[in-house]
Design a protein. Sequence first.
Length: 394
Amino acid sequence: MQIKKLLSKNELKQQGQRVEFVLLSAFIITSTLLIIFSTSGGLIWTSDSFQYWAASRSFSNDGTFIAYDGGTYIFWPPLFPIILSLFNNYETYYLLQLFAFAGSAVLIYYFFRELSQQKVVSLTALAIYLASVFPYLMSTFLWTENIFTLLCYASLLCYLLSKRMKRKWLFFIASLFLASLMCLQRNAGIFMLMGISIHEFLLFFKERSYFKELVHKGLLIIVAVLPNIFWNYQSIQLQSAEQEMVSRSYAVDFFTNFVELSERLWGVFLPTHPIVSPYLYAAVFAFLIVILCFNKRIRLAHTLVLTYILLLCLMPLVNPESMDRLIAPVTPIIFFICCSIIFNNIDRKKAVIRYVITGAVLLSFGYNIIRTSQNIMRWHERSEHHATDTKIFF
């Protein structure tokens, strides 16, 4: 009888794994096909794209980084031009763009699985993320975000594996190596590393015997971020006298950035309306942030999102048109947090509450599908006819 029960459990487990694999494959294949459709005429270029490509050609020719206008490439980290330099033309790079998207989707899912034992939470969060506009925004343009997202979630997954695997230091060092590459892809990688650092400090305050390990990890994190610091220091030294006059004031635009960020985050779940003051969105998200800050359980997802939002808002005034692009890499974690809260003890909730929750999820899911479809159609049209038509700002 016990053998039959064990066989039955194993069969159910295998069946669950098959369903999980089928759903994950379906999500990724469908979304990849959507990207292929939106970029049917090629990846779309913006002003930044021309800078990346110009730097990649100069690096390929003589190992230097030259911007599109012939000046020094100083406003972006060097990894993306180095990657582009491996390709003779951007059409061949396109395959790497698709691989980076599919790979990041897989890594995001297994990052979720490490955070939650509930497959339904991970699958739902991934489904909503892939239904949202953000993965397609990052993958339709010749931008750094796609590979940045791949490196980011590879690093975060290795970090979580270091918490439960026997060879924890091997996984932790692998995590920091990937994080170092992430910081060389985009400066925003430092936001993620800062989130990991804060999480480690919170673990230390919970368990004081953690001090020795904390010191070792802290030193390794510093080593991981050093290449980015060295690059940015060198870039500052290379600035021309005219560029040195450009002021970059940090923190003074915190409130303006937060209001814009809040409105964009609201638009992730439900449409915004011109009649509604953006300060209302800011008040709602400020309240939600306070709730997360006072959560007694130490959660990596919360720490990463809160740190990312704080540091992003401390930056010099962010162009509203760039805000979606800047928050895109962290949106999977935001969706995961929301799904975790929604599905927490859902079986114990009253039927009416379950129906309301289901309706809210379906409403948000449907809204994201409509919003994404409209954007994909616009990008498809632009890719077919005006893929490289843009104004160069630098």
